[in-house]
Design a protein around this ligand. Structure first.
Ligand SMILES: Nc1ncnc2c1ncn2[C@@H]1O[C@H](COP(=O)(O)OP(=O)(O)OP(=O)(O)O)[C@@H](O)[C@H]1O
Length: 233
């Protein structure tokens, strides 16, 4: 049994008379400790896939399992617990609380989960030991994204889900964030899923899932991922 199992998953949105199959029969596995890049053009269903995996949206049919548990059958209460305890999210636009310091932003997440990691330690891990008492407005975009990553990691989640985490950053800063996500995966064994439209990112992954028009077009395993430091786009 794989750590994550997607089996013939569909998500159909209905808008009046029109039905859109955002995810149209996807099947794939993810193993624990992998850095997975899900790549596909705009509108191919990446965010929908991530939202279902993260328990933010339900599937119309099919089966989604994480660590042997059938997410797709969860009640609303079970989904709340799943999002709270099992999943760390990183979004393109950081979503930090502006009137809390970096440390307080991370502590906020720790407060809602069972087995958090110490907020200050995680901030140090992402290279922000010297910026803990700063407010988001006093931090650069890359630093804010590091706080957001620390916030997600402090929950000690089973899965770290990242939706275009470098989308709002310049080239150099984006690369540093990719490196941080790759290091997190290699050094802590955390399973990281990153969605992107940038096919250059596939070179750093252990597993690449190519999606197109709501379907898995191809899946590759990469025995020798390159360091995020050397990736070019
Ligand atoms: N809540 C919704 N209601 C109706 N249609 C939706 C909804 N969410 C997504 N869709 C449609 O489903 C399809 C897939 O969308 P999704 O956001 O998953 O793609 P994406 O690959 O993440 O795109 P992008 O890279 O542009 O964010 C699109 O055609 C989109 O318009």
């Amino acid at each position: 049994m794989a750590f994550v199992e997607f089996r013939d998953v569909r998500k159909v949105y209905t808008m009046g008379e029109v039905k859109v199959a955002a995810v149209d029969g996807m099947t794939f596995d993810i193993e624990q400790g992998e850095l997975v890049v899900v790549v596909g053009p705009s509108g191919s269903g990446k965010t929908t896939l991530l939202n279902m995996l993260g328990g933010m949206d339900s599937c119309t049919s099919g089966s989604i399992k994480l660590d042997g548990r059938e997410i797709s059958q969860f009640s609303a209460k079970e989904l709340t617990d799943y999002r709270r305890y099992d999943i760390g999210f990183v979004f393109q636009f950081y979503n930090l609380v502006q009137n809390l310091t970096a440390l307080e932003n991370v502590e906020l997440a720790s407060q809602i989960c069972k087995d958090p990691l110490p907020a200050a330690d995680v901030l140090a891990q992402v290279g922000l030991a010297h910026r803990m008492d700063n407010f988001p407005a006093q931090l650069s975009g890359g630093e804010q994204q590091r706080v957001a990553i620390a916030r997600a990691l402090a929950k000690n989640p089973k899965l770290l889900l990242c939706d275009e985490p470098t989308g709002a950053l310049d080239y150099k800063t984006g690369k540093a964030i990719l490196k941080l996500l790759q290091d997190t995966c290699v050094q802590t064994g955390r399973t990281v899923v990153l969605i992107t439209h940038n096919s250059a990112f596939t070179a750093i992954a252990n597993r690449v899932i190519h999606i197109k028009e709501g379907k898995v077009e191809a899946m590759e395993l990469n025995d020798h991922p390159i360091s995020a430091e050397t990736v070019e786009w």
